[in-house]
Write a protein that binds this ligand. Sequence first.
Ligand SMILES: Nc1ncnc2c1ncn2[C@@H]1O[C@H](COP(=O)(O)OP(=O)(O)OP(=O)(O)O)[C@@H](O)[C@H]1O
Length: 257
Amino acid sequence: MPKGMPLLEAHSISFRYAAGRPWIFQDVSVAAHAGEVLAVLGPNARGKTTMLKCLSGLLRPVSGSVATTGSVGYVPQSHSVVFSFSVLDIVLMGRARKVRLYSAPTAADRRASEEALVRVGAEHLAERDYTGLSGGERQLVLIARALVSECDTIVLDEPASALDLRNQAGVLTVLRALADEGMSVIMTTHHPDHALHIAERSMLMVSGADQRVGPTRELLTDELLSEMYGVPIVTADVTTPSAIRRLTVPDFGRGVA
Ligand SMILES: Nc1ncnc2c1ncn2[C@@H]1O[C@H](COP(=O)(O)OP(=O)(O)OP(=O)(O)O)[C@@H](O)[C@H]1O
């Protein structure tokens, strides 16, 4: 898809789980574009997962509409399976749209699945039993499963939350590369640093009545982050060996150092 083309557009969407229950969000309009990462941030229980499900068509907004161009792949926060499947089989399930009913996956399907595992750095897990994987390993496999569906927009719920620092770097690099290749990437995160690192634009779910969308660097100010998370936050530019990175530092109060 040409970069900048809107692949997913939400027009004034509102959602609550039942009549009489509080609105999770109201009148939110947002677009996700080919070639871009959109990060969704907010405190626990503010509605990030609910927002992603509405954007990816798993939940229908109470009002408003979501229009998509191309297909959308969804990577959940956690995923449990009852039966024992190999990792490669789990990834192959991502080909379901492409495999005809009652026909076995082809050699090309297997190759695509193996390539997707290489892409996320999890090829060594291919023959392992999925149920025996750690949370972080499962996360990588689920991203590979979405990739083999050849979706145009990939929607990920906290893709880095269960990952150690090396795997966080790996997943953020893969997501940025997918956007650079023309996909639209939408992800939730509890790490403003991750949004600052790879997302051109962000949505801050400040309260049920206050959601803001804008360029990440302009939107993620000390004031707004401190207000949203309810803890003083300072952002600072830090020079690493490879780049200048903007980091957010929450003031947890006095510690041991
Ligand atoms: N199926 C459901 N039925 C009723 N309420 C729900 C349902 N799913 C979520 N909620 C409620 O909706 C609110 C938003 O939940 P959601 O999971 O979208 O938040 P979140 O920002 O993703 O949270 P977290 O950061 O903790 O994962 C919460 O109060 C939650 O309890």
